[in-house]
Design a protein around this ligand. Structure first.
Ligand code: ZN
Length: 278
């Protein structure tokens, strides 16, 4: 997919399974199970969609999936399964050392697990030449999570980067490369960020966990995981209508079937019109 001089691809860094009830918050199961049928353990299948961006000579990766460090027990609980991020990068001829910038929308394990990898029994940065860009508040929170979200933050995904000085911490909306703007959109966490790509008069908007799948487009369909659901609601009201009105391409971090779609307003209901991009 090209936006002027900016080119991007969607790389699926595997799948995971999460409790359907937790994924849809106050929405009754009778409603969500029609859109995303659960397995025998009440889990729905989600993708971990990443973006590979080339702009102005820079190679940028948005999200790194769950990575390869989860122990067998956790892999089983979360139903984490291939393909791997590295296979996806290889497909486009990108080696780990070629990546200049890694963007994590937030530091939950399913968004930053591939930040680091195991080498000779040591955990090392997976992208040795990259600057990892995260909101400052997100890193601060990740290092001292609370009782409610502790299970989502694994220090091995970010502590080695802090130690190696590879983090670039930003505060608020920031342009990090030509056509790549990070937009702080709290709700899921206090400092989650979305990614806005622009070029050639076109725009694509990566919702991260503000709208994780197309099933989450209706305003009340908000994850039970969200720390600040009313803030999620405010940010959904701010960003979804803009994406619809301005004809931006919507990108979904966790949708297993529709990672990219244009959104149409049909009698007050937002409907995805899927777009296949490689
Ligand atoms: Zn998350």
């Amino acid at each position: 997919m090209k936006l002027g001089d900016l080119e991007f691809h969607i790389i699926v860094a595997g799948q995971l399974r999460l409790d359907g009830g937790a994924m849809f918050g106050v929405i009754p199961r009778t409603m969500w199970e029609r859109k995303m049928p659960p397995d025998a353990r009440h889990r729905i299948t989600l993708a971990m969609n990443c973006l590979l961006i080339h702009t102005a000579g820079k190679c940028i990766l948005v999200e790194t999936g769950a990575g390869n460090k989860l122990d067998p027990k956790l892999r089983e609980i979360y139903g984490v399964d291939g393909p791997h991020l590295t296979d996806g990068l290889q497909k486009y001829g990108v080696r780990l050392e070629d990546v200049d910038i890694v963007i994590n929308t937030h530091l939950h394990f399913d968004h930053c697990g591939g930040n680091t990898r195991v080498e000779n029994d040591k955990i090392v940065p997976a992208f040795p030449n990259a600057t990892y860009i995260v909101q400052k508040g997100e890193v601060e929170h990740a290092t001292r999570p609370n009782e409610r979200d502790r299970a989502s933050y694994f220090p091995e995904n970010f502590a080695p980067l802090q130690a190696a000085g590879l983090f670039s911490l930003i505060e608020g909306d920031t342009v990090v490369a030509p056509g790549v703007e990070l937009i702080r959109a709290p709700g899921h966490t206090a400092d989650m960020q979305c990614v806005k790509l622009t070029g050639g008069g076109k725009t694509a908007f990566f919702f991260a966990d503000l709208v994780p799948t197309t099933a989450h487009l209706p305003l009340p369909w908000i994850m039970g995981y969200d720390l600040y659901p009313m803030t999620t609601l405010e940010n959904k009201k701010r960003w979804i209508p803009q994406v619809v009105r301005e004809g931006w391409l919507a990108l979904f971090a966790h949708d297993p079937r529709v990672p990219a779609a244009y959104l149409r307003d049909r009698d007050g209901k937002w409907e995805p019109e899927p777009l296949t991009i490689d």
